[in-house]
Design a protein around this ligand. Structure first.
Ligand SMILES: C[S@@+](CC[C@H](N)C(=O)[O-])C[C@H]1O[C@@H](n2cnc3c(N)ncnc32)[C@H](O)[C@@H]1O
Length: 298
């Protein structure tokens, strides 16, 4: 994703691939509830006195779809404009100074909205978010790294931030299985140099090593290791107490090459049912549709 100047103030756009818009951002948008009031998280939490949004990898606010002149809102602006009801407060975390400045330029256009912008590493700034985030309010967190930037401990901190008897923060996570993790697992084990990264991003240091050793012993076909890594991650989410994790969606490049999973985790059956429906039905309009049921595609 490269960042380029678009002219107005400090705003910038990132350049993104079409599947990010058609699937990842479409799913976010449908689930939180921007499709003419349908959905989703905001509608389901309308009785609550307040509801919160966390975006730990926020980007500059808007994106230009590669190969087109189409400019679309990125996740922070999708969440900002979603509703009614609106998010009561939004936390936007971004590591690049230029993108954070762009977020501030967008924020200036919404002086009456509660927005906290934090510059820095999401895995550190999450502590600052959680310091002020109420423990009883419904909260949705979008965790959208490029690759291996999301530490498992950050997921743990979000999962644990709740008062007794109240639901956990809902998570929507980009799990970078082909874009990062499988690339960090060379077939020849003597070439392996990424143990520390995998230990940091995966739930269980023993777990991914078991899968890696099994693959080295010829125990997996290519698609099976992808699925095994996903199962390992989902087991981690369940061990944190998430009751509902619908079948994640595997996102493909336009030529059919697999890229990453989108994983949703919730304490709410209603949230699960809504997102499960969207995970099955949001279409990638620019790719040949698969004849397989989405859960059978990987
Ligand atoms: C995939 S993009 C996010 C796109 C955004 N969600 C959207 O919809 O436009 C990942 C973003 O995370 C930022 N980033 C990368 N590593 C980070 C880190 N450790 N902490 C916070 N932000 C990070 C990048 O600068 C980039 O803007």
């Amino acid at each position: 994703m490269s960042v380029e100047r678009v002219g107005a103030g400090n705003k910038h756009v990132a350049s993104v691939n079409p599947w990010s818009v058609d699937e990842k951002l479409a799913l976010l948008s449908c689930y939180i509830g921007t499709q003419h009031g349908q959905g989703g998280f905001l509608k389901a939490t309308r009785q609550a006195p307040a509801r919160y949004y966390i975006d730990l990898f926020a980007g500059p606010g808007q994106n230009q779809v590669k190969g087109t002149d189409q400019i679309v809102d990125g996740s922070p602006l999708i969440a900002l404009k979603a509703g009614p009801p609106r998010f009561s407060h939004l936390y936007w975390v971004e590591a690049k100074r230029r993108s954070a400045a762009s977020l501030e330029a967008h924020q200036r256009e919404y002086p009456d909205r509660g927005i906290t912008i934090l510059l820095g590493n999401a895995n550190e700034r999450v502590d600052d978010v959680l310091r002020t985030l109420p423990r009883k309010a419904p909260t949705f967190a979008f965790l959208d790294p490029y690759a291996s930037e999301l530490d498992w401990q950050t997921v743990v901190k979000l999962a644990r931030h709740k008062a007794h008897g109240f639901p956990k923060i809902e998570l929507f996570i980009l799990f970078a299985v082909d874009t990062a993790y499988l690339r960090l697992m060379p077939r020849a084990s003597w070439k392996m140099r990424y143990q520390a990264v995998l230990d940091r991003v995966m739930p269980d240091p023993e777990g991914w090593r078991r899968l890696y050793d099994r693959r080295a012993a010829g125990g997996y076909k290519p698609q099976e290791i992808r699925r095994a890594m996903l199962d390992e991650y989902v087991a981690g989410l369940r061990s944190l107490g998430y009751k509902w994790v619908p079948a994640p969606r595997l996102i493909f490049r336009s030529d059919g090459h697999p890229l990453y999973f989108l994983i949703f985790a919730s304490d709410h059956k209603a949230g699960n049912d809504i997102m499960e429906w969207y995970l099955k039905h949001v279409q990638q309009s620019r790719r040949q549709p698969s004849l397989l049921n989405y859960a059978d595609q990987y």
